[in-house]
Design a protein around this ligand. Sequence first.
Ligand code: THU
Length: 140
Amino acid sequence: MTIDRDSLIAKARAAQGQAYAPYSNFHVGAALLFADGSVVTGANVENASYGLALCAETSAVAGAMNRGLRGGLLAVAVIGGLQGEDGPVVTPCGRCRQVLNELAQLGGTDPVIWCVGADEVLELQLSALLPHAFGPANLG
Ligand code: THU
């Protein structure tokens, strides 16, 4: 499975266009690539009750789980910015790191995370973003 970084980023950017973020105006898109070649995307979904916002990465993981995917997570691209413009690099929030870790651990992978900004793409393994992670293996 070759991993085409730029095409995954393009899919995250397309997903960003579906963000529902009228309160923060911060539009985020995420794309997940799996070992079988499938790509699942998500965008952030906000709520008038502000604290209920769903992040793009969490939406994407929920979408993947709902398609029956349980492992093989190889790569993630995340892009975000005010009004959908590119700005500083966006790294997954703490909750999203944990949510991504659940899917990654299920399949025993340590996905690369491409965090996209206007001027750079930061490349990190999930294990670097969430060291010593708690996951399904801890529960037996
Ligand atoms: N957001 C994401 O979608 N992913 C992240 O990793 C960081 C934050 C969203 C949540 C909220 O809708 C907006 O960005 C501003 O925090």
